[in-house]
Design a protein. Structure first.
Length: 116
């Protein structure tokens, strides 16, 4: 009886694709666990300056001078602490909300209030 020479190659291919799919799912759940859950919460304590340098300076400038986003120098004079917190949580204009981890919101608001 003759065997088809392609069968072992097809079996290896199917097994390989299945393995890649399974490993990608395992990696996806590991990333969620490492980041603190489904929201990607950050479990590492960051200073407001570190948060700013990671996700804010592209739009607000390295020296808080503005650009795509408004100038942040004196933002405490223009907005109340509650308004700043609302912007950080919900976003405004082209800024998306949720860029600051929830555990750092109060510290970030206080820091932004002091920018002069």
């Amino acid at each position: 009886m003759k065997r088809n020479a392609l069968v072992p190659f097809l079996m290896i291919m199917v097994f390989g694709i299945g393995l890649i799919f399974a490993l990608s799912l395992i990696g996806n759940t590991d990333d969620r666990q490492a980041s603190g859950g489904k929201n990607g919460g950050n479990s590492i304590a960051l200073t407001p300056e570190e948060i700013y340098s990671q996700s804010c300076y592209q739009c607000h400038g390295e020296n808080y001078e503005g650009g795509a986003g408004p100038e942040l120098v004196g933002v405490g004079d223009r907005l109340s602490a509650e308004e700043i917190r609302d912007v950080l949580v919900n976003g405004r204009g082209i800024m998306q909300g949720g860029l600051v981890p929830e555990g750092n919101l109060d510290e970030m608001v206080d820091w932004l209030m002091t920018l002069k």
